[in-house]
Every structure is written in C-alpha cells, then in structure tokens.
Write a protein that binds this ligand. Structure first.
Ligand code: HEM
Length: 221
C-alpha cells in the first residue's frame, strides 16, 4: 500500500512538473519564432532581453529548472520501480496499450534531456557567460541573440541535430499531456479520446513550430 501511495505521489509531481514544462515550451516557442521576423533580429533581441531582465520571468526560471529536475528524477525513479515491481509493471503497461510512444517515454525523455544539455550549453550558458556580442537599438545595449541563433543554424550538422532532437521531443509530448491529466485524476471514458487528440495536437504544434526555426534559417540563408 505504501509503495502504491508513493508511486501515485511521484506520478502527480511528475505530471504537474510536466504540464508546467509544456507551458514553458509554448512561451519559449513564441519568443523564438520572433527570430524569423525579417528585421535583422531586432524584435527577437528585444523579446529575449525582456525575458532575461524581467524579474517575474527570472523568478519563474527557478520553477522551470526545478520542474525539469523533478520531472526527470521522478521519471527515472518511477521507471526503475516499474522494472523492479512486476505486478506494477503490468499495470502500467496495460495503460500504455493506448499509445505507441507511451512505451518509450523513458527512452525519448533521456534523449531529449541529453540534447537539452547541449542546447543549454549552446545558448543559455553562452548568454550567462556573457559570450554574446552586443547590439544597440536607440542607444540601448542588447545581447545579439538573433545573430547567435542564425549563425548556429547556418550549419547543416547543427540543423540535423536539432531536427532529430525535436522529433524525439514530439514523440515524448505525444503521450505527455493526456498522461499528465490522467495522473492528476482526470480520467473518464467519455473524455479520454479527446484528451489523446489534444495531446497529439500539442505535440504537433510544438514540434512543427520549433522545427520551422532551424529549417527556415538554414534554407533562407
Ligand atoms: C529551434 C528551437 C529552439 C531555439 C532556437 C531555442 C533558443 C534558445 C535560446 C536563444 C535560449 C537562451 C535564452 C537566454 O538565456 O536568453 C534558450 C534557452 C533555453 N531553452 Fe531553448 N530553443 C529551442 C528549443 C528548445 C526546446 C525544444 C527546449 C526544451 C525541450 C528548450 C529549452 C530551453 C531551456 C530550458 C532554456 C533555458 C531557460 C531559458 O533561457 O528560457 N529550447 N533557447
């Protein structure tokens, strides 16, 4: 009984963190799509500047990284518990009959994580280390994130890594939203098909949305 309770608690924490991460991805995608505005990166640089200087957003970043860490740790722990506890494993696998990618959440999740570290190294840490050139608009200095993103995606190798990464993210997200809601107790035969569809639509919007960025930059240079 104790094991069941703690597994449910972990699933709920994982679901809350996962749903929060989906929200982050929508915000991140919206800001990043601005890099495609044809104004030399001005709109994107100003939006990125707002994101890194706004105190509320900086405060939310603590929850973002906390959410990532919780989601990853709970995911790994639950997976190990499933591998060890056979009856529970059957229970979870019966659930997962519903979606193909649900069987590979730990695998797709770990691949997404590995390349996320590479992504953070490329962009986030370069910004934090102050390795980004400055550009001035109306006398005010901004980090030229636009030129950095455009430069990265002018290399085919980089574009291919991102395309692969984003496809795995899409597979992971395909099972994410409805599974998260199910862990939070929203589970009703009548709504399950709709939740699957919403989950897939979210996965497609985020994957295609992010994919447009490297592909558009590479093919428009
Ligand atoms: C082609 C798609 C993407 C582009 C162009 C992009 C670009 C960027 C840039 C420029 C930053 C640094 C922002 C700053 O510190 O000022 C950043 C940070 C970050 N990115 Fe991405 N990103 C993409 C996709 C993703 C995806 C798919 C994920 C998650 C799976 C992700 C997760 C993060 C995280 C967690 C940070 C650090 C937090 C933050 O700065 O908001 N990114 N990204």
């Amino acid at each position: 009984m104790a094991i069941t309770y703690s597994s449910i608690t972990k699933k709920v924490i994982m679901a809350l963190a996962g749903l929060f991460l989906i929200m982050f991805l929508f915000v991140h995608l919206t800001v990043n799509l601005l890099v495609l505005v044809n104004d030399g990166g001005e709109t994107f640089n100003k939006a990125a500047h707002f994101m890194v200087t706004n105190p509320i957003i900086q405060f939310m970043q603590i929850f973002l990284f906390g959410g990532f860490i919780l989601h990853i740790i709970m995911g790994i722990v639950l997976q190990i518990q499933n591998w060890w506890a056979r009856p529970q494993r059957y229970k979870v696998e019966a659930y997962s009959e519903m979606s193909f990618f649900s069987k590979f959440m730990i695998h797709t999740g770990l691949i997404v994580l590995a390349i996320l570290i590479y992504h953070l190294y490329n962009f986030f840490f370069q910004a934090k280390l102050g390795n980004i050139e400055e550009i001035f608009y109306d006398g005010q200095a901004y980090e030229d994130m636009g030129i950095m993103v455009t430069e990265k995606f002018s290399h085919l190798s980089h574009v291919l890594i991102y395309v692969g990464w984003l496809l795995f993210l899409g597979f992971h997200l395909d099972h994410a939203f409805h599974s998260g809601l199910q862990s939070l107790g929203f589970n009703h035969n009548k709504y399950t098909p709709a939740m699957f569809t919403i989950s897939r639509v979210i996965a497609i919007i985020l994957t295609v949305g992010f994919l447009i960025i490297p592909l558009a930059i590479y093919f428009n240079q």
